[in-house]
Each structure stands twice: as C-alpha cells, then as structure tokens.
Design a protein around this ligand. Structure first.
Ligand SMILES: [Zn+2]
Length: 404
C-alpha cells in the first residue's frame, strides 16, 4: 500500500514540475535548461528529463543560442507555438467571438459574429458549433488541444450549467461544456467572463500581481468581477463568487432577473446606459445622438464632448464607483482593475470619476493602500482568459491532451 501511495505522489510531483516548467517557458518565452533549473530549484537531471519528454511530444522546441553564466553559450527552449492551439470562445450578450490561440495566450485570429436579439440559446449554440467547426477545419494543420469558453452571467463550473444570462433568451440550464464536448470530442472548459478576464490579468502580469489580491471588474453589457487571491481564483461554494453586478445599490430600484432589486448592472452596464440615452432622446433633449443610435454612436458622442452623452457616461462611472467601494470594503484588494465596453468609451475619464468617488467614500487609510487601474491588455481579456482557462488545464497535465 505504502508503495502505491509513493508512486501516486511521485506522479503528482512530476506533473507539478512539468506545470512549473511550462509556466516559466510561457513567461520567459525563451529559456535555457540551466536557467530553468535555477528558477525552479529542480535538479538539472530533472529538467533534462522534463524537456526531453516535452520535445518528444512537440510541446517545446530548441530555438537559438543563449548567453549563459560565465559567458557559456546554451540552447534556448521555447513553447512550440506552431504545433498546439486552443480554441477560445467568448459569448457576450450581443456577439460571440471565436479565436485560435496559442498555449501562451496569444491570439492568432479572432472572428466576431453578431447575435440577433430574438435568437435563443439553442440557435446561438448551433451557430457557435458551426463556426467553430469551420475554424477548426481551417486550422487542421495544427492540433487544437482544448476549447475554452467565457460566458456572461453565473456559471456553475462543477455542474457545467449556465444559471441565467440577463437580457438573453433561454440560457437557463444550458449544459455548455457537455454540449460542446459531445460535438467536438475535445476537452471543453467553461468559465464566467469576469473570471476569464481576471485570469488574463494574472497570466500577463503575474510578476506584479501574483502576491496580491486583485479584482478585475468588467463593466460591459453586464457587470461582474473576478477575484484573485494569492494567485488563485476565488470561486465560492457553487463557483458563483464575484457577481458584483447583482449587488444592490438601491433596494427600491427596478426588479432584476436575479431576484434582487436595484442591481448595480441595472445602472452601469452598456445596456442600462443606452436605455437612459434613448429615453432622453425621446424626451426631445438636445444631443447629437439620434433615436435608435448604437453604443458605438454613444461612444463617439462622448468622445466628441456631447453634453447628454457625457452626463450619462459620468453618471454610469459614478454608479460603478459605488460598486467598487462595496467590493473594496468587502474584500480589501490591493488592485482593482476595470475593463470592458463601458471602460473603453473614455478610459481615463472613467478612471478619474471612479477614483474621485471611491476616495470620497472609503477610509483614507484603505484608499492609500488600494490602486484602481484601467485594463491595458492589448486584446480583449475575456477572450484571452477563455483560452487561458483551457491552456491552464493543458499545463496541469500536458500529455493527457495528446491523442495517440
Ligand atoms: Zn440582479
């Protein structure tokens, strides 16, 4: 019995070492065996074995010569970006994106498809499957190891079930991972969109953020946040932690699909903002915007300094700030990072409004130790995060993903 335990532990240790090496290669891009040994604290022989296994399975390749210690030249190792890919899918309330991604979270190609507001979950899923199949077909010269999907709204990772998505029809109870896995026979991982965004922040800024508690808030068609504590995502009992959009900022406010009243996202989502803008246009208020205008038009109007658009944008930022105050008081994070569609309208204006409001509403000692930042990743963190969720699984046990 003892022997069995030992071998189980040994296998586990080996897997952890492989994950460690993969993550280092992802971060460093190019690294020698000696450097890997130094950074991981593992023996040179262990690193040699791991790299040999990785080379044999095409996970890494030798590439270029690096200047090592004492001027010694050594061979560089990097992740083989050409061989293995991840299919990342981001579902939003207005469109979905499908991306072919590398194991390090890099996006090779993204395709965006708009949804018809009347289409239900089943129809959308059929579309997503068809477009995914098309993409997989076009990239069949690479091996897509896993699919990662980001969904808005609460998602129960354990049961693989979407609870509900506000403003979309028929998503309650959709078994997303199971459905996609049956279709493609590739491992599928699904995560809430805000959590994906938080993973992306962690993945690309790990050096800076790893030790700290961070909150990534998405202020888009809905509002949510991903909470990372000491490098781990805080999930909650059912995997539903971080639904900041459904915390009330007005207990007498409008009823929300979640059962609560006056939910934050009823005040500072792109949908809420556009509803208010349309109402004011219908009331005949002066603005450059026309009835039925799109969010893009609104964005443009804010940037042109249109008074009505600016007022609504500032107001939404102030509402968001109240949500930020609540989350700071609950979780005391070191960093709060804000991103998504609403943040992208006038990122610096939002930062100023949120900062000022938060500063007024929390204790100075907490304010001094909290940093509010705007997302500055080049690609949409939610799509990157969808890929990262799947890539993380590959890193945890790389050989399990290769079909013989
Ligand atoms: Zn709600």
């Amino acid at each position: 019995m003892k022997e069995k335990f030992e071998s189980v532990n040994q296998e586990k240790q080996q897997q952890m070492n492989r994950t460690l090496v993969m993550n280092l290669l992802r971060k460093k891009r190019l690294c020698s065996r000696a450097e890997l040994a130094k950074l991981t604290g593992l023996k040179r022989a262990t690193i040699t074995n791991i790299i040999n296994d990785f080379i044999q399975h095409d996970y890494v390749i030798e590439d270029g010569i690096l200047e090592g210690e004492k001027g010694r030249r050594c061979i560089g190792i990097r992740i083989n970006g050409e061989k293995y890919r991840i299919l990342g899918i981001m579902i939003t309330r207005q469109y979905y994106s499908i991306g072919i991604m590398g194991l390090s979270g890099e996006v090779y190609e993204e395709r965006k498809y708009y949804l018809d507001a009347r289409q239900n979950a089943h129809e959308t899923m059929e579309d997503i499957k068809q477009k995914s199949r098309q993409m997989l077909e076009e990239y069949k010269h690479t091996d897509v190891l896993a699919i990662g999907i980001a969904v808005p709204g609460p998602y129960r990772v354990e049961d693989g079930e979407v609870l509900y998505i506000t403003n979309l029809i028929g998503w309650d109870g959709v078994m997303l991972a199971k459905d996609m896995k049956e279709e493609f026979d590739i491992p599928v991982y699904v995560e809430n969109d805000a959590n994906c965004g938080a993973y992306a922040q962690l993945w690309f800024r790990e050096e800076e953020l790893y030790k700290n508690d961070i909150i990534y808030i998405i202020a888009g068609q809905g509002v949510g946040c991903g909470i990372i504590s000491k490098g781990e995502l805080l999930k909650g009992n059912m995997g539903l932690a971080g639904e900041i959009g459904h915390t009330s900022i007005n207990f007498e406010g409008p009823k929300c699909e979640c059962g609560n009243r006056g939910c934050l996202e009823k005040y500072c989502s792109t949908i809420a903002v556009m509803e208010k803008v349309q109402k004011r246009i219908a009331n005949g208020e002066y603005t450059m915007l026309k009835s039925g205008c799109s969010f893009e038009d609104f964005k443009n109007a804010v940037r042109c300094g249109d008074k009505l658009a600016l007022e609504e944008y500032r107001m939404a930022c102030e509402f968001l700030a109240i949500g930020v105050v609540n989350i700071i008081n609950q979780l005391n994070p070191e960093y709060v990072i804000i991103g998504d569609a609403l943040a992208e309208v006038e990122s610096q204006l939002m930062r100023r409004v949120v900062n000022n409001k938060v500063k007024e509403h929390i204790r100075p000692v907490i304010w001094e130790k909290t940093q509010i930042k705007m997302n500055d990743l080049e690609y949409n963190p939610i799509l990157i995060g969808a890929g990262v969720v799947a890539a993380q699984k590959v890193f945890e046990n790389p050989f399990q993903f290769i079909k013989e």
